[in-house]
Ligand binder design. Structure first.
Ligand SMILES: [Ca+2]
Ligand SMILES: [Ca+2]
Length: 245
């Protein structure tokens, strides 16, 4: 599945594609200006909607334990958070898929880095990987066997030294002390099942010395409403300018 544009923002693209038009000299405070003020207002509203939008993933705050999540290895539910450890497997996975149509999305999660600093000779530090996978058929997706997907985005690699951000950004969590928040925007060109996949790998071969806590795992579509409004306003402005010229 190509292409996926992880660094695009639908809102930014629309704002770029439809810059504020020149107001006709006979209509200095006219319809177009007011419509574009409405446009800017809607762009502002879209940011609000994004922050408060509905999470497409179920139980992203783990208030229902690990319901709706698939696991492999050692994943526990502790204090309404998910805890991945390397206690019982070389790889520990937590993942969930949701079927979506084409469009722009924001994916984010909060994490606490409790990974081991141990790095025996010839080994690497335990590492946690966060990725998005795009599967044409959800039932065929297998992140353990690494099959059943048409594309993926590597997002974040994390070890005891800190995060390596492959795309998106990491800031301090605004809601959880001691946690960081990862966020990325991406555009999906066609319908697929999007899987959020978290994968802790015991690279130092020392069992049960690493942990990662997760919370607030969120996948939100950017509002299509704004695109519709912008298109309508652009058409009205073009028509208005045509009539006046
Ligand atoms: Ca929680
Ligand atoms: Ca380990």
């Amino acid at each position: 599945m190509q292409p996926i544009h992880p660094d695009s923002s639908l809102t930014n693209v629309l704002a770029f594609a439809f810059p504020f038009p020149r107001v006709h000299r006979a209509n200095p405070v006219g319809v177009c200006a007011r419509l574009w003020i409405l446009h800017l207002g809607l762009l502002g509203l879209s940011s609000t909607a994004l922050a408060e939008g509905e999470n497409l993933l179920l139980n992203g705050q783990f208030t229902q334990g690990l319901d709706h999540w698939a696991t492999h290895g050692a994943v526990l539910s502790i204090s309404d958070q998910a805890l991945l450890t390397d206690a019982a497997a070389t790889r520990t996975l937590l993942f969930q898929g949701v079927e979506v149509g084409a469009g722009a999305f924001t994916f984010s999660f909060d994490f606490q880095n409790l990974l081991s600093t141990a790095e025996p000779s010839g080994r690497a530090k335990d590492t946690f990987f966060a990725s998005l996978y795009f599967a044409p058929e959800a039932a065929a997706f297998d992140p353990v066997g690494f099959t059943g997907f048409a594309g993926f985005l590597d997002l974040l690699d994390l070890d005891a030294a800190g995060p390596r951000v492959l795309r998106g950004e990491v800031v301090a969590s605004p809601v959880l002390a001691g946690f960081s928040r990862y966020t990325v925007e991406f555009v999906l060109p066609e319908a697929a099942t999007v899987f959020a996949v978290f994968d802790l790998v015991d690279l130092n071969a020392l069992p049960d010395d690493s942990r990662v806590l997760l919370d607030y795992v969120v996948l939100i579509p950017e509002p299509a409403l704004v695109g519709g409004w912008v298109g309508l306003i652009a058409l009205v402005c073009l028509g208005w300018r045509h009539i006046k010229s």
